[in-house]
Design a protein around this ligand. Structure first.
Ligand SMILES: Cc1cc2nc3c(=O)[nH]c(=O)nc-3n(C[C@H](O)[C@H](O)[C@H](O)COP(=O)(O)O)c2cc1C
Length: 276
């Protein structure tokens, strides 16, 4: 008997099998709101209980963290109705469902967000992106609240859990990667404790507000595969910290490689400019 067809228990929730549909942005929302097209898409994907678990596409936790037009929103309570419709369809088809919640950091544009882009530090990802504003401690605190509120909305909509997005060069990955985190405070990029501080604050706050039975997953961009970037050894240590803070499920993916292709040459250019 194949292991992959066997049920898997995560806390009080049992997946019928171990096939998982990963989060994939469909751009089918109607200005952030769940559309009929989006419902039809997830209905088709979850038919016949083929996947034990569906992780829905990244949804933004606040407008500053919106990655692109057409991205799904989980930024305020008005999203709950549409999201609960989506959850009912997936549950009816026999799959469990968790919502990926995300802040794009500076991997977006002021055209999309209507605001200045933000990040751990004023480091431009590549020449395609703007130079972001470095988040202040008050702004970081409000991001923790926004992640927490989004998790609460997900619970109210009937999701079985949330997945905190910290991969693919988005905000939490920007804090995690020493290539994009040049801070010198307690969120600093020169120690692993500094690089994961924001993650731990979010995980602890979410757990406090959603209770023990709700699944908290974290998608980690576990390695940048770039000189000076995050390494697999860092991720092993970070994962232990995430689990202690309340994470039930780790979803391992890539970090900043590809997004930061031009970063090293940009940083060299910036330091040359500072010399003159
Ligand atoms: C069109 C498309 C949209 C994606 N959107 C997301 C997303 O919203 N969140 C996320 O974490 N990953 C996203 N991904 C990455 C996938 O979840 C997945 O990790 C990737 O396709 C690699 O597949 P693998 O993990 O099976 O190797 C997306 C990938 C594609 C092709």
């Amino acid at each position: 008997m194949l292991h992959i067809n066997q049920p898997l228990k995560i806390k009080g929730i049992t997946l019928d099998n171990r096939f998982v549909m990963p989060p994939m942005a469909s751009a089918k929302s109607d200005n952030g709101v769940v559309s009929q097209e989006l419902c039809a898409y997830y209905d088709e994907k979850s038919q016949d209980g083929q996947f034990g678990l569906i992780i829905t596409e990244h949804a933004y936790i606040n407008t500053e963290g919106k990655a692109s037009l057409g991205q799904l929103s989980i930024a305020d309570a008005s999203c709950i109705n549409g999201l609960s419709q989506l959850v009912s369809i997936i549950h009816k088809n026999g799959a469990k469902v968790i919502a990926q919640i995300s802040h794009a950091g500076c991997q977006t544009s002021s055209e999309v967000t209507g605001k200045e882009t933000v990040s751990a530090s004023a480091v431009r990802l590549s020449d395609k992106f703007e130079i972001p504003h470095e988040l202040s401690k008050d702004e970081i605190e409000s991001i923790v609240k926004d992640f927490t509120n989004s998790a609460i909305y997900a619970k109210e909509a009937g999701f079985d859990g949330v997945e905190i997005h910290s991969a693919h060069g988005y905000l939490l990955n920007q804090f995690y990667s020493p290539l994009t985190n040049k801070r010198n405070d307690e969120y600093n990029g020169s120690t692993l404790e500094g690089r994961v501080r924001l993650h731990l604050e979010i995980i602890e706050s979410v757990r406090k507000n959603v209770g023990d039975e709700f699944i908290i997953a974290l998608r980690l961009g576990a390695c940048d595969y770039m000189e000076g970037g995050s390494t697999k050894a860092d991720s092993v240590k970070a994962s232990v910290m995430f689990e202690k803070a309340g994470v039930d499920l780790l979803d391992i993916s890539g970090g900043c490689r590809g997004i930061l292709q031009n970063l090293q040459s940009l940083l060299k250019m910036q330091s040359l400019f500072q010399l003159y």
